[in-house]
Design a protein around this ligand. Structure first.
Ligand code: AR6
Length: 169
């Protein structure tokens, strides 16, 4: 659990909170493409043409080079857009599981996640944090996993979720 910028992380793989188009956007996705450079977009375009003509579905993950980032790979995943009336936590958990699976296939030993869906996609931090943490814990992957939280609110929510529901007793 660290507070910081995903694009600074010196890990094998960083997970990007992308959208189905894989062609960039705002938030962490914008930062990844801006700092990683055009090589990432080039591979994303190829993935769209060859494997995902309709886009990457929410809950799935796919890797590209990390271009000029310190990491070796970017694992792009698409989180769910939050909706108060529909439980999309299964998709959010799936993003984490799928990203870890891709990381292991690549041979990565360390992975950094942002707070997927907690920005533009509107997922409340206190709901997303336990889902994300439990998904990673349950995956039981033999990897060094780090959550990189951009602001204090996100860091606090993820820290509380890691401490668990019994922390105040
Ligand atoms: N490092 C770490 N975390 C960051 C950074 C950064 N550089 N920048 C933002 N965050 P978001 P989403 C935090 O909106 O909700 C894009 O347009 C941010 O404060 O990046 O999954 C995509 O293309 C928040 O806590 O992702 C999609 O269209 C968290 O990262 C859409 O946004 C996620 O916020 C995806 O929305």
């Amino acid at each position: 659990m660290v507070r910081g910028d995903l694009t600074d992380q010196d890990v094998d793989a960083v997970v990007n909170a992308a959208n189905s188009s894989l062609l960039g956007g705002g938030g962490v996705d914008g930062a990844v493409h801006r700092r990683g450079g055009p090589e990432i977009l080039q591979e994303c375009r190829r993935l769209r043409a060859e494997r995902y003509p309709e886009g990457l579905p929410p809950g799935e993950a796919v890797a590209t080079t990390a271009g000029r980032l310190p990491a070796r790979w970017v694992i792009h995943t698409v989180g769910p857009v939050y909706a108060a009336t529909v439980d999309r936590s299964g998709l959010l958990a799936s993003c984490h599981r799928a990203s870890l699976r891709v990381a292991q296939e690549l041979g990565a030993t360390s992975v950094a996640f942002p707070a997927i869906s907690c920005g533009i996609y509107g997922y409340p931090l206190h709901l997303a944090a336990p889902v994300a943490i439990e998904a990673v814990q349950r995956a039981g992957a033999d990897l060094d996993v780090r959550f990189v939280l951009f602001d204090e609110a996100a860091f606090d929510a993820f820290s509380s979720a890691l401490a668990g529901p019994d922390r105040d007793r």
